[in-house]
Design a protein around this ligand. Structure first.
Ligand SMILES: [Zn+2]
Length: 461
């Protein structure tokens, strides 16, 4: 990326470092560390002072997309410059960002129900320990003389902040990892939620309040002002600074969600959400649940209550016992196959340890970041573990295929890839696919050990 002359992008003013470009993308993708945010702010300020634009570098060739620094009061942001909708020929020299770039503009201006680029999440795993509360309710009108009609919707396609918090909790709790069966893992909703709570204890909303203290995992708490959760939120009242709203969080297992409603499994009543319930866009919506849903609440305009749900993110999960995250019904079927595989290999080769991982954040490779659908970590006796990638080639929109094609070469840097398509799991072929996958895993582990098969009594020696 570089800073270029405003309205004349062919003329460069200054180059940005890789670190600065990474920070801008992390900031825009809602996954920035404090350090990223500081760097992004300084870059935007600098380009504003230089009266320049920022030129992205996400396209392979030709004209690159442009970003304009914007200052409002003491707030800085970037506006993505795109062709004018009213007149497509005006500014047609302004291309959209690549699908894999967080600045990519979705043509669809509909309210963001979905994380369209869930499959990329092109950002390093955030290390920060603070999470975002709701901002204060605005007490003055925006300046209507501002000539930016796109602002209200331009950020609709950013990844959901709540989604980011939920993924960090899942990641810290290890909910996205199924340990080797040799370790006798036990799965139950209560146990998984208490692991999530431990993870939430390490995240802070305010200096004096952890996420765990402000979090309920019991749907009925929503309607009960006397619940411990609501009482703690009441106690926290004097500790909230003016620029934040007193915010509570709920983490609930739900069989289904709709655009503005969550149906918690632990309650017979539905929770209506003021904003939108977001979820990953992948596969048939009818097959996407059950979900693990994170929502935030405030206490109405006057902060006096009753509790009011503002936003929510619904992460599809394998089932209520594991809360293992999946992105679609098809990924749930592939997970099912992987759990079968883990058991079958455990029975056949008790010394072969298989760990199943669903990466929640992008992984780095020498040619860019990617997020494989599943990683099997296989280790035999004392041999070092090998990583095997399993990709679920489910819903095939062009956009999706394009994004996959771009990231497949990167995944090859992480390990060999086994692809599974919906037809592979059709009844007639499922057994054959299972056998093929099992043989492939054994083969890969063997190759890694460099030992040709010699006897039949141990499938791996
Ligand atoms: Zn870009």
């Amino acid at each position: 990326m570089r800073i270029v002359v405003r309205n004349s992008p062919a003329h460069p003013l200054a180059d940005l470092s890789d670190r600065e470009a990474t920070a801008l993308r992390a900031w825009y993708g809602n996954a920035a560390s404090k350090e990223d945010e500081a760097i992004a702010l300084s870059v935007i300020k600098r380009s504003k002072v230089m009266d320049g634009w920022i030129e992205c570098d996400c396209l392979a060739a030709g004209l690159q997309p442009l970003l304009a620094p914007i200052q409002q009061e003491r707030t800085f942001t970037l506006r993505r410059l795109t062709p004018k909708e009213a007149d497509p020929h005006r500014h047609e020299e302004r291309p959209n960002h690549a699908q894999t770039c967080p600045f990519h503009v979705d043509k669809d201006a509909a309210p963001a129900l979905f994380d369209r680029r869930y499959q990329i999440r092109p950002l390093p795993k955030p290390k920060r320990s603070y999470i975002d509360a709701l901002p204060a309710i605005p007490n003055r009108l925006a300046d209507l003389s501002d000539d930016d009609p796109t602002r209200s919707r331009e950020r609709n396609d950013r990844p959901s902040r709540l989604g980011g918090i939920l993924w960090r909790m899942l990641d810290r709790a290890g909910t996205n990892v199924i340990p080797p069966l040799q370790d006798h893992p036990e799965f139950a909703l209560g146990g998984q939620l208490s692991r999530m709570r431990s993870a939430a204890r390490e995240l802070r909303v305010l200096r004096t309040w952890t996420l765990n203290a402000l979090l309920s995992t019991w749907g009925a708490d929503y309607w009960d002002p006397a619940s411990r959760w609501q009482r703690l939120l009441w106690t926290s009242r004097p500790d909230w600074p003016e620029n934040l709203r007193r915010t509570g969080f709920m983490l609930v297992f739900s069989k289904s969600v709709s655009a503005q409603t969550i149906m918690p499994a632990s309650s017979s009543r539905n929770i209506d959400v003021l904003g939108k319930v977001r979820q990953p866009l992948r596969g048939d919506p009818a097959l996407r649940g059950p979900f693990l849903t994170l929502l935030n609440v405030d206490f109405q305009e006057d902060d006096e209550g009753p509790v009011r749900a503002i936003q929510a993110y619904a992460q599809p999960v394998y089932n209520g016992d594991t809360l293992f995250p999946v992105e679609s019904g098809f990924e749930r079927d592939v997970s099912h196959l992987l759990f079968w595989l883990q058991q079958a290999l455990f029975d056949a080769a008790p010394d072969l340890r298989i760990k199943i991982i669903k990466p929640l954040f992008a992984l780095d490779t020498p040619i860019g970041v990617c997020r494989p659908d599943f990683i099997l970590e296989a280790s035999y006796r004392r041999s070092p573990p090998v990583n095997l990638i399993v990709e679920a080639f489910g819903m095939e929109t062009d956009e999706y295929r394009e994004a996959k094609e771009r990231t497949l070469p990167r995944m090859k840097h992480l390990g060999p890839i086994f692809g599974i398509f919906p037809k592979d799991l059709a009844e007639a072929k499922a057994a054959d696919t299972a056998k093929r996958l099992q043989d492939w895993v054994i083969d890969q582990v063997r190759q890694a050990r460099n030992t040709p098969p010699t006897s039949d009594d141990d499938i791996l020696t």
